[in-house]
Write a protein that binds this ligand. Structure first.
Ligand SMILES: Cc1cc2nc3c(=O)[nH]c(=O)nc-3n(C[C@H](O)[C@H](O)[C@H](O)COP(=O)(O)OP(=O)(O)OC[C@H]3O[C@@H](n4cnc5c(N)ncnc54)[C@H](O)[C@@H]3O)c2cc1C
Length: 376
């Protein structure tokens, strides 16, 4: 808890940024009885647009990041009821799929890393079943015969983030204003000069203009095949990583590159090198991709943080409007959206947030910034 007085419901809240995080927060805040406006010139057009939609706390887990793993597990547990409620309210099927994820290794070194991940997950109480070469082939016959082993994470899920955005925009309706906004001490200023006063401003502008958040570029390729794998594949082939996420109608998302970008340049553009590496690795994993059709190549910036964990909670404000940060979700913003929304909603109401969020308060970092740089 951040120690704020209990302000109750019915507050005016402006959310700056309509990616999966901002929109999910807005939805939860509306359902809690607040008066909510979301500002975004292109909702869903940021990192959310490229996201593969893996809900995979285990697949992303690494040593030293156990608190992040627990946060991910809590959010994963919230996804089925969130997806069911959102689909029912919007009449849009958000394509939540269970079925797990398979970790696949291309050589002995890769297999050693899979085994390290298994030990970490096992120690954290996450279900994981190691698979030998033969079991791997039986579980997914489309895999190349060169793969040496792997593991199954039966509880991982995936969702289609673009459809989640469509559903959230449908339920939020005209609460979404298609304008850029910058926070001000008493609310926000829109790009056309309009001022919106607010009790609370939620800063959810993704990779741009949030304190301690930096852009980490990622590229994906969407293809269509007649021979799609049954579950998510996360592979390491001779040190090169790739994942393949099945969607409806034989569509696959192949991802993702990862590259630090410190400059504020034009819109993220895919590179020949990044895309070639993705496709080569994916084809070595699934030889039948040879004849798949390329549908789309996309690059977007993930909102990275210094410790790979999100920043969720109060940041200093110069005026009467309280500023809450919901950012820095890096590789797991889709996964972490429901638990982030629950925490933001609890903070707005002066209630206790889920305890898994305590480790991710923004004040764990030195947050030196100028107000005028926020969200720009
Ligand atoms: C290639 C790739 C694959 C990924 N795969 C996964 C995955 O499988 N699973 C997973 O959980 N996560 C995944 N991620 C990470 C995930 O996409 C991000 O963590 C998540 O989208 C962050 O959500 P966000 O709402 O904070 O940011 P964004 O989605 O970037 O949204 C930020 C929004 O803020 C808006 N904005 C910016 N400035 C302003 C302003 N001044 N005023 C108004 N609006 C503003 C932008 O227009 C944008 O719409 C992936 C990311 C990438 C790039």
């Amino acid at each position: 808890m951040n120690g704020f007085a209990t302000p109750g419901t019915g507050q005016s809240v402006v959310v700056v940024g309509g990616g999966v995080v901002g929109l999910t927060c807005a939805d939860e805040l509306v359902r809690a009885g607040h008066d909510v406006t979301v500002c975004d010139p292109s909702p869903g057009g940021g990192a959310t647009y490229a996201a593969a939609g893996m809900l995979a706390p285990g697949g992303e887990a690494w040593f030293g990041e156990e608190a992040l793993l627990r946060l991910g597990q809590e959010s994963l547990a919230r996804w089925p009821s969130f997806a069911a409620s959102l689909s029912a309210r919007s009449s849009v099927d958000v394509e939540l799929r269970a079925g797990g994820a398979m970790l696949v290794a291309g050589d002995r070194d890769d297999l050693e890393e899979v085994r390290r991940t298994c030990r970490l997950l096992d120690g954290a109480g996450v279900r994981v079943d190691e698979l030998g070469r033969r079991e791997l082939r039986i579980s997914e016959p489309r895999l190349s015969t060169r793969m040496v082993g792997g593991a199954l994470l039966p509880d991982d899920m995936h969702v289609n983030p673009r459809v989640v955005v469509e559903a959230l925009l449908a339920v939020l309706g005209d609460r979404v204003v298609h304008r850029r906004a910058v926070p001000r001490p008493d609310g926000v200023a829109l790009e056309d000069g309009t001022r919106l006063r607010a009790d609370v401003v939620v800063l959810a502008s993704g990779a741009t203009g949030l304190p301690r958040v930096r852009p980490v570029r990622g590229e994906i390729v969407r293809v269509r095949t007649t021979d799609a794998p049954a579950c998510v594949l996360r592979a390491r082939l001779h040190g090169e990583r790739v994942y393949v996420v099945p969607r409806r109608d034989g569509e696959l998302v192949i991802g993702a590159t990862e590259e630090e970008h410190v400059t504020k340049e034009t819109a993220p553009m895919p590179t020949v090198g990044g895309v070639a590496r993705l496709l080569e690795t994916a084809r070595a994993l699934l030889p039948s991709l040879e004849t798949a059709h390329i549908l789309e190549i996309t690059a977007r910036d993930r909102p990275g943080s210094p410790d790979n964990g999100p920043l969720i909670g109060d940041v200093p404000s110069d005026g009467p409007a309280r500023h809450l940060l919901a950012g820095g979700h890096y590789r797991s913003g889709v996964l972490l959206a429901p638990v982030t929304a629950a925490a933001i909603c609890a903070y707005v109401a002066g209630r206790e947030a889920p305890s898994t969020v305590d480790a991710f308060l923004p004040d764990r970092f030195d947050l030196l910034y100028r107000d005028e740089d926020l969200c720009t």
